[in-house]
Design a protein around this ligand. Structure first.
Ligand SMILES: [Zn+2]
Length: 248
């Protein structure tokens, strides 16, 4: 039996049909039921390549005229570029065009796709890489992506680390200047507050509690203890339920 998977692209002028993958099943056995991971990877890579190449071509077709005088931009050349997605690293030729002479510009040429592809990695891939690299080691995260996604033959742990650092820097930058204090009080009010009687030692710790039979369900416990110099102390604790635990 054969299964042909086609991509149907609808333009304003009509339809375009292209065969992406053909799956063949000779015998019916447990391992041949459904789509295998390797087949899914091949399909996704093929689909992603076609979708992205059409999107880029469409974008360039819209942008190829000067917005002021509508004169087509003169082409200077092309350079190879890569866009990394969860469904493959897409290699393409990025054009470089001359600026239109009807306006003054700071550069003679420009790359039209750089306005669209502001990063060489898709936001979705950066998000998932950052998520998993913050939960497990870079090596394990790289292995997971290699197994589950058709990213590339061998993904380096350093690639995952670099992507995580890039996201971390951007998030840090979005936080703005570090704030020294979040207490919005004037100096006079602050001076009138009673002084603490003695140094306080504070300890905070946390952990996960799991049910022995079903190790996936768990809840988080955070506990703390404050001790004064005279030995008196106070304890606190909270349970953050992340999943439904034991029907509670
Ligand atoms: Zn112009």
């Amino acid at each position: 039996m054969k299964f042909k998977i086609q991509l149907v692209t609808e333009h304003e002028t009509g339809q375009e049909i292209q065969e992406l993958v053909c799956l063949e099943r000779e015998t019916a056995e447990l391992a041949s039921i459904g789509i295998a991971l390797d087949e899914a990877k091949t399909l996704l890579v093929s689909l992603q390549k076609e979708v992205v190449s059409r999107q880029l071509a469409d974008y360039l077709a819209v942008k190829n005229k000067c917005p002021e005088c509508e004169k087509p931009f003169r082409h200077k050349g092309k350079h190879p570029a890569v866009f990394r997605t969860l469904f493959g690293n897409l290699e393409f030729s990025s054009p470089r065009w001359f600026q239109c002479s009807c306006q003054a510009h700071s550069t003679r040429t420009f790359s039209p796709l750089s306005e669209l592809l502001t990063d060489n990695c898709s936001p979705e891939r950066l998000y998932l890489e950052t998520k998993w690299a913050s939960l497990i080691s870079f090596d394990l995260a790289a292995n997971f992506f290699e197994d589950a996604f058709p990213i590339e033959a061998h993904i380096q742990a350093t690639t995952v680390r670099n992507h995580l650092h890039r996201v971390a820097k951007r998030v840090e930058a979005e936080l703005g200047e570090e704030q020294f204090s979040f207490i919005d009080t004037c100096k006079r009010d602050l001076a009138s507050l009673p002084k603490p009687s003695a140094p306080i030692t504070v300890g905070i710790d946390g952990g996960y509690v799991r049910k022995w039979d079903d190790k996936k369900t768990h809840f988080e416990v955070i506990v703390g203890k404050s001790i004064l110099e005279d030995g008196t102390n106070k304890c606190c604790g909270l349970v953050r339920v992340r999943l439904k635990v034991w029907g509670i």
